[in-house]
Design a protein. Structure first.
Length: 220
């Protein structure tokens, strides 16, 4: 029997919780096991409901999402956390990721991405919606004269994330730098690198750089 992904929702708007619940319950291996309308009860609710994933808002009464993450950090994470927020401020994004969140989506893209985000984070990956990922990437590379913008173009071979990774590798950023600045694990960076090399049928970094130059991802 397939294990259902147990999801807990924390947001101060009942309408949003109801809407997400209705959406998530259409997925056969998802189960919404509970919800919290304020931050003070989130930790105990998640433990009680043995949730696998917590979808957490930043703006919560009594105790906000950042304080909830700090509580999780102190007591030990009982589940993986995805932030779902109206805020797309880079400072807030960086703070919650450093506190242990594994994903970040804005409420504008929740309907399109929340199912994909939950599946990815449950499987041990990090997840960002396009708007958040682009903001993080641009903050990391904004002062690099070799970066050829705009970067976000359709590519028949590579995904948007793979385009970012091959670009950063070609700009001579180390795996550690990419990991730290994009808030993804070293293992994720390495997995992307291997997948890119397999897709492009190249055996070394020189091949990646040649591809980046040929496709105008970076300037000579």
């Amino acid at each position: 029997m397939t294990h259902k992904i147990r999801i807990h929702l924390a947001d101060d708007h009942q309408v949003l919780i109801d809407g997400l619940t209705n959406l998530l319950q259409t997925v056969h291996n998802f189960e919404v096991v509970g919800n919290s309308l304020n931050g003070t009860t989130v930790y105990d609710d998640v433990v009680l409901n043995t949730a696998d994933i917590l979808v957490l808002d930043i703006s919560m009464p009594k105790k906000d999402g950042i304080e909830v993450l700090k509580e999780f950090d102190q007591k030990g994470f009982p589940c993986k956390v995805i932030i779902l927020s109206s805020y797309d401020d880079l400072k807030i994004i960086k703070e919650v990721m450093k506190l242990g969140a594994k994903g970040y989506l804005t409420k504008k893209c929740a309907g399109e991405n929340i199912i994909e985000a939950i599946e990815a984070v449950y499987q041990g990956q990090e997840y960002f919606c396009d708007a958040v990922r682009e903001k993080i990437f641009n903050s990391f590379t904004q002062n690099n004269p070799k970066l050829n913008k705009p970067l976000y173009v359709e590519n028949p071979i590579l995904s948007a994330r793979e385009i970012e990774i091959i670009t950063l590798i070609s700009l001579e950023y180390s795996g550690k730098e990419i990991s730290e600045q994009l808030f993804i694990s070293m293992n994720t960076v390495e997995t992307h690198r291997k997948n890119i090399m397999k897709k492009l049928q190249t055996k070394n970094t020189i091949g990646l750089v040649k591809y980046a130059l040929k496709n105008n991802l970076i300037n000579p």
